[in-house]
Ligand binder design. Structure first.
Ligand SMILES: Nc1nc2c(ncn2[C@@H]2O[C@H](COP(=O)(O)OP(=O)(O)OP(=O)(O)O)[C@@H](O)[C@H]2O)c(=O)[nH]1
Ligand SMILES: [Mg+2]
Length: 259
């Protein structure tokens, strides 16, 4: 595998985090490039990326006019990267909850034995730091419900810290995924497992954000449940993930990622 890693950072109002995170990522994986997918952040996140990109040609900006949801931000970043031959394609949150220090090991796993590598909070050695009890409980419930309904083997199914081989994204037909927000991550994983692809989990400690505001809201949780029920229904009826997408009711929701 000829590594040309691309790191996709979806952003909505992360001006306090990017100036620290971007140099940290480039210092940790100098061979990587970064594309920031910014949804017209009112706090000037996009303008900062443009300025930085003028000083370093490894950094790029995809600017979208309005807040369009995390799922579509990932897809826009994947598409941008695959059109330019990047492989693998990495997703990380831009609020410094996902630490760059885990990237080298996740890249080695992707190169050696996995089609998808997940930075996992819920395997031995993984964990959470400074996350409020409410979020911890919500995350455990969301993971347990999704893993049970969809019979997923992966332990952390809602994590947004992932390394995808380009071939994996091509195989799961990313353009037909209807879910948004958290459930986008679960539908992607469901398709990867159903395609018989190899998923590896590298333990990470997820740090609660210390700057910027959360994009999570309760509506997102309800809509994620809608997606899970749609996929579970499809599974019960032995329909493939593609059929499930075709028959789906949309639950387009702009919001954050790490339940
Ligand atoms: N482009 C884009 N990025 C988004 C959108 N919603 C969230 N993000 C980004 O997605 C990442 C995850 O969102 P967070 O708000 O951190 O979600 P979370 O980690 O579940 O919640 P926190 O506890 O607040 O960190 C962050 O980098 C956000 O800036 C969106 O609609 N569009
Ligand atoms: Mg976060």
């Amino acid at each position: 595998m000829d590594l040309r890693p691309l790191i996709i950072l979806p952003t909505y109002n992360e001006i306090e985090n990017l100036p620290v995170l971007v140099p940290e990522v480039l210092a940790t994986v100098p061979s990587a490039s970064i594309v920031v997918v910014d949804d017209g952040s009112p706090d000037g996140t996009g303008a900062w990326v443009e300025q930085f990109a003028a000083t370093d040609d490894r950094v790029h900006l995809v600017s979208r006019p309005t807040k369009m949801g995390l799922g579509t931000a990932y897809r826009a970043g994947w598409r941008w990267g695959m059109e330019r031959g990047f492989d693998p394609l990495i997703t990380m949150d831009a609020d410094r909850s996902h630490r760059p220090g885990y990237l080298p090991e996740m890249l080695v796993r992707c190169e050696t034995d996995a089609d998808l590598v997940v930075g996992s909070r819920y395997v031995a050695g993984g964990g959470l730091r400074n996350w409020p009890l409410r979020r911890r409980i919500l995350s455990r419930i969301a993971n347990h419900v999704a893993r049970t309904l969809l019979r997923l083997r992966t332990r952390d199914v809602t994590a947004g810290f992932r390394v995808y081989r380009a071939a994996t994204l091509a195989m799961i037909d990313m353009d037909s995924i209807r879910a948004e927000g958290y459930s986008f991550l679960e539908e992607v994983l469901w398709r990867v497992e159903r395609a018989g692809l190899r998923v590896a989990e590298v333990p990470i400690v997820f740090e609660d954000r210390t700057a910027g505001t959360s994009k999570i809201d309760h509506r997102e949780v309800y809509r994620a449940m809608g997606t899970l029920l749609r996929l579970a229904f499809a599974r019960w009826h032995g329909r493939t993930s593609h059929d499930a997408a075709a028959g789906a009711s949309t639950d387009e929701t702009p919001s954050g990622s790490n339940t």
